[in-house]
Ligand binder design. Sequence first.
Ligand SMILES: O=C[C@H](O)COP(=O)(O)O
Length: 269
Amino acid sequence: MLLHLIHTSVAHVRRTYIICSKMGRKFVVGGNWKMNGSKQQVTEILKFLEAGPLNSETEVIVGVPAIYLDFVKSKIPPNVEVAAQNCYKVEKGAFTGEISPSMLRDIGINWVILGHSERRQIFGETDELIADKVAFALQNGLKVIACIGETLEERESGKTEEVVFRQTKALANKIENWKNVVIAYEPVWAIGTGKTATPQQAQQVHKALRDYISKTVSPDVAENTRIQYGGSVTGANCDELGSQPDIDGFLVGGASLKPEFVKIVNARH
Ligand SMILES: O=C[C@H](O)COP(=O)(O)O
């Protein structure tokens, strides 16, 4: 009888834990403005963010071109965080054109997006460099959205998991504390193309990533690290994507410049 009771309670705790596991990870939606905007357009975006309403259960972050960070920071509603779209792996020095994590902290910026596929593909950033930047940003008190994702060619040759595991491993080798890390899974073929991964395709990769993190880092880190999906997320597809058990938010490009972003922030999850 006693054994039966213990068994039943353990099963209950385990079931509750599984049901609540996603709730324990706060949904997080980032808007990546990329190299878009002007003071006038930024002012329009700030208006719809202010008007919201934005689900208070969701963490909202906008990734702003460096030149507008200070301006946006001074005007943004308090329930929206501001992120830089890049920063370098050292504190200061002769690195023309770069900005450091401490410069971002100096103007009150707490987040940075690193390793976006456009940085990887257009600017030649390697897994190694991205991991160094992520580690340095974390050491300097920034929170990081670290992006990974496979190209169409890699997906079509069956290498999706191999690629995203390699990218994650490079990060894991250098990350000491995962508390301030969000992973953004963005299949390159879905970025800006209107071709969204199906909820099933996205969930499959997110689950595989969580299992991989569990094995290579720890089950605790896997359970607590938020994994965003990015790639042609819109107001029309956000509810179904957001409802997948391992999708903990979105990184949104094009739609983050439009009032539709409010709908994505408020996606079912
Ligand atoms: O960082 C955001 C991603 O690149 C997605 O961009 P997209 O929503 O325009 O496809």
